[in-house]
Design a binder for this molecule. Structure first.
Ligand code: ARG
Length: 577
């Protein structure tokens, strides 16, 4: 039962407000003594010409007994505070959660709407560093959230596979490239010759001219340049795929920047027709003075295309192809200005969905302990980060297994460590508001007691082990009747049910502001309260068989909440650890 929705539906005829507006106003009070839901009457004061406290008591009187699940409605200031009958809340929520299973929080909120989520978008021939890890992990979570809420979700990977740097790579490869090395460690080799190019170009500036010429040939479609570029792209993509697989991430569309190169002339014509293009020192630009933005360069003085023009072409292509409702870019905050310019050009040109293009930025990635092994200079590769996390987790698992699971095989431990180690990295990227910088520390990341993936995963495994034991003892909790579930009356039991009840609304809220941390907080709280409960109550030893079944059902519901939350974040749960 959706209590929130039922309250909204109850208020609608009495307030004459649209359902959506009531939903926006309805709050979850900061303190439990203020009720489970609160409705502020201040906005009604104008239309009803009454003081908010008077409106509140009038509404309370008229709502009266119409909501059967309400224990009482109190008024305080201009607020209506709803107290849901505890036994009803607990029993219904536990039952609904078990019924929903992995579909907990599923809704059709996004029915009929297509959301494009662009994320990851690494650069070909460059290492996949931790900044790209952030967009990959954040974007994957957001795409999963949208999907769960019923949106048609398209995952876009706007590969950085074009631009003048490819001219440099072609020149460098012809001069210093090593075939065998390219096949074995493509990105390492491409990085090597790229760095060499920059070193050499200091002495021989003519290399830069050559590089520009090679890029021009590439853009003109000359076979030799195309063939080399294609190889660099294919080999790099193979390496990226390895990381994606490990993270369980996939894409529907890999159209990189190169894909849009031949669509630029149409963009240029369009902007010309709108009389927006101006000449500026030989380059073609759109001025954005009235928006207090620097001009957006569309064509460089040598006639080649650039990053921004390819993004403009991409928006138009995306709209033609997918008729998107929203087009979301999960890209680091340092590119905020770029996106403001691109969206501003589109708006100026009269593109109607310019306001549906949204940049979702995020902070920087830092390391508390710089003991992380780096293979290529100063950048930290995601693959190394994942491997190190898995190795460190394995050590902990081996120690624990020796104590608790003597039957665990080496392979079991490796598989578990892979999931927990990767989960720990994913969790760290998602646990705080995305604009905040991330400071990695192994201690925090792998703290089995802290706000970490291992802590939440461990709690899940503990809940599952209780259920396994119960099954071995033949306890039936699956179809626990309502009368039994109503016996769950302790504060912890109520708190757990409340958290489960907020799963759907939390997911919706998290999507509306593109903040997965809200769901991380929810499952971390579930784990915290569950552990407290587990220490207070010896669930399996409960005397009353009806209460015992109800408690086990609650354990089942909690495990569903944690597992579904983790899955939406892109973390796989483990049954034992
Ligand atoms: N490849 C770029 C980079 O690594 C990110 C691309 C962002 N997406 C876009 N549509 N411009 O910095």
């Amino acid at each position: 039962m959706n209590f929130r929705q039922a309250i909204i539906d109850g208020l609608a005829p009495l307030t004459q407000l649209p359902v959506q507006a009531i939903g926006d106003l309805l709050e979850i009070p900061p303190q439990p003594q203020m009720g489970d839901y609160a409705f502020p009457c201040f906005t009604l004061a104008k239309t009803l010409r009454k003081a908010p406290p008077a409106i509140a008591s009038d509404l309370a009187g008229r709502l009266g007994q119409s909501l059967s699940f309400i224990d009482r409605i109190e008024t305080s200031g201009g607020y209506l505070n709803f107290f849901i009958d505890r036994a009803t809340l607990v029993s219904q929520t536990v039952r609904d959660t078990i019924c929903a299973g992995d579909q907990l929080g599923l809704s059709d909120l996004g029915k009929g709407q297509t959301i494009l989520v662009e994320f990851s978008s690494p650069n070909i021939a460059k290492p996949f560093h931790v900044g790209h890890a952030f967009t990959t992990i954040l974007g994957n979570a957001l795409a999963r959230f949208y999907q769960h809420l019923g949106y048609t979700t398209i995952r876009m990977n706007h590969l950085g596979d074009y631009g003048t740097q490819f001219g440099k790579l072609i020149v460098a490869f012809k001069l210093w490239g090593n075939e065998a090395a390219l096949n074995e460690h493509p990105i390492q080799e491409l990085l090597r010759i790229y760095v060499k190019f920059h070193d050499e170009a200091k002495e021989q500036p003519e290399l830069e001219t050559k590089a520009r010429d090679q890029f021009r040939r590439l853009e003109a479609g000359e076979p030799e340049q195309i063939a080399l570029w294609q190889r660099f792209r294919d080999l790099s993509l193979l390496e990226f795929e390895r990381v994606y697989q490990r993270l369980g991430v996939s894409f529907d569309n890999y159209n990189g920047e190169s894909f849009y190169s031949d669509q630029i002339p149409a963009v240029v014509d369009w902007l010309k027709q709108k009389e927006l293009l101006e000449d500026s020192e030989g380059a073609q630009v759109v001025r954005l003075d009235e928006k207090n933005l620097p001009p957006c360069i569309i064509l460089k003085s040598d006639g080649t295309t650039i990053y921004a023009s390819r993004d403009i072409a991409a928006v138009l292509y995306r709209d033609r192809t997918y008729h998107f409702s929203k087009n979301i870019y999960v890209v680091g905050t340092p590119q905020a200005l770029h996106f403001r310019q691109v969206f501003a050009v589109l708006e100026k040109a009269g593109f109607e969905k310019a306001s549906e293009c949204i940049h979702v930025g995020f902070g920087l990635v830092k390391f508390a302990d710089r003991k992380l092994s780096t293979r290529s200079g100063d950048v930290i590769l995601l693959e190394d980060l994942l491997s190190e996390s898995v190795e460190k987790t394995l050590e902990i698992i081996q120690k624990n297994a020796a104590l608790r699971h003597p039957d665990m095989t080496d392979l079991d431990m490796r598989q578990i460590a892979e999931k927990i180690g990767i989960g720990a990295v994913v969790f760290t990227f998602l646990k705080n508001s995305r604009e905040r910088d991330i400071v990695f520390s192994w201690e925090e990341m792998l703290d089995f007691e802290g706000d970490s993936a291992p802590y939440v995963l461990y709690t899940y495994a503990r809940a599952r082990s209780i259920l396994r034991k119960a099954e071995q003892e033949g306890a039936a909790y699956q179809n626990c009747p309502d009368e039994s579930l109503r016996l769950l009356a302790s504060d912890d039991e109520f708190a757990l049910a409340k958290l489960l009840e907020s799963f759907g609304p939390t997911l919706e809220k998290a999507v509306s502001v593109h903040e997965p941390f809200m769901l991380v907080r929810l499952i971390t709280s579930l784990a915290r309260v569950f552990n407290k409960y587990y220490h207070h109550e010896s669930i399996l030893k409960t005397q009353d068989p009806n209460l015992r079944a109800a408690r086990l059902a609650l354990v089942d519901a909690v495990s569903i909440g944690i597992r579904t939350g983790l899955d939406l974040l892109g973390i796989s749960a483990v049954e034992r650890m």
